[in-house]
Design a protein around this ligand. Structure first.
Ligand code: NAP
Length: 293
């Protein structure tokens, strides 16, 4: 039976560390950390995600500055909202909730976020910092995967890692983080030939393809560590990932479940980025460096 990479339990543990850091630093900083989530329009899934983020903030003592703007907002209005948050001394992290309503281009808005307040770690400058191994906010989902591996004593050093997916959101930063941890990394995508032959070479396999249960028994070597980033609603109800968990469980050494694996860690890493930005701004000591891959 595979070891369960339990992101929900780890997220809870990390929230306690973050709450401790907030308690320890509040007096010196003179204020709690602040996270602003900017939501535009009425996408129902986004409403749920934003509510979850606000609840997580409350659990660790991070103040939420939610702003909800109508779908009819002009780009200039959104830009001004971001600039106001950049200038707001109470705000350490800014997140633009995606997707934006049709007709609004996210690119100039994401670029307008102060890179040091980039809670998502997806600003061009921060992706460059990751590439160069410089400190800065890290992309939340892959950083969450690295924290999951570390918490189970799974050291990527010297291992063969395969990442399925090359998005800027997950696959690319994931590959950079595994490489920075001294894994030998291959990135697969939709044009990769003979995917099963490639993924069978992986000691660590991270799947972020956005294809329900596409990874089956034929894709893994016995004893591999498999992290499933995908998340899908089944037509018949319930959730599944990009991995066929029933097929892999008897074969692999460790597997992250869906739900309860990578998902909860993504929200936690948003808080990590915010609390670290606050700590940096107020020159507070902290013991959170292990969470910056
Ligand atoms: P994305 O932007 O659609 O990228 C998918 C990547 O997978 C692309 O690089 C694509 O290749 C590749 N791909 C697609 N089909 C493939 C196939 N048959 N074989 C090999 N590679 C294939 O998706 P994403 O934003 O990275 O997200 C991936 C999944 O993770 C989604 O299910 C998403 O919902 C989930 N997700 C979960 C969390 C979380 O917190 N749990 C966070 C973010 C995303 P090409 O580049 O060639 O098109």
């Amino acid at each position: 039976m595979a070891l369960r990479l339990d992101g929900k339990a780890l997220a809870k543990e990390l929230e306690q560390r973050l709450a401790q850091q907030v308690r320890n630093g509040c007096a010196q900083a003179g204020r709690p950390p602040g996270l602003a989530v900017l939501r535009v329009g009425d996408d129902p899934a986004s409403a749920v995600y934003v509510a979850n983020k606000e609840k997580a903030c409350a659990r660790v003592g991070v103040e939420s500055f939610g702003a909800h703007l109508p779908a009819s907002s002009q780009p200039q209005t959104l830009l001004k909202a971001i600039q106001a948050l950049n200038a707001d001394a109470r705000v350490d992290g800014i997140l633009l909730q995606l997707p934006l309503p049709e007709g609004l281009d996210e690119t100039p808005l994401l670029a307008a976020i102060d890179p040091d307040k980039d809670a998502d770690g997806l600003h061009t400058l921060n992706l460059g910092r990751l590439l160069k191994g410089e400190p800065g906010p890290r992309s939340c989902t892959p950083a969450g995967v690295m924290a999951m591996l570390r918490s189970q004593g799974i050291d990527p050093s010297g291992k063969r890692a395969v990442v399925v997916g090359r998005s800027i959101l997950v696959g690319q930063p994931m590959a950079l983080m595994l490489q920075a941890a001294n894994a030998t990394v291959t990135v697969a995508h939709s044009r990769t030939r003979d995917l099963p032959a490639l993924t069978r070479q992986a000691d660590i396999l991270v799947v972020a393809a956005g294809r329900p249960e596409m990874i089956g028994a034929e894709h893994v070597a016995p004893g591999a560590v498999v992290v499933d980033v995908g998340i899908h609603r089944r037509p018949e109800g319930g959730l599944c990932g990009d991995v066929n968990a029933a097929e892999l469980e008897p074969l692999v050494a460790a597997l992250s479940p869906v739900p309860g694996g990578v998902g909860p860690m993504t929200v936690t890493m948003l808080l990590v980025n915010t609390v670290l930005a606050w700590s940096r701004r107020h020159q507070l000591d902290h013991d959170l460096d292990d969470l910056v891959p």
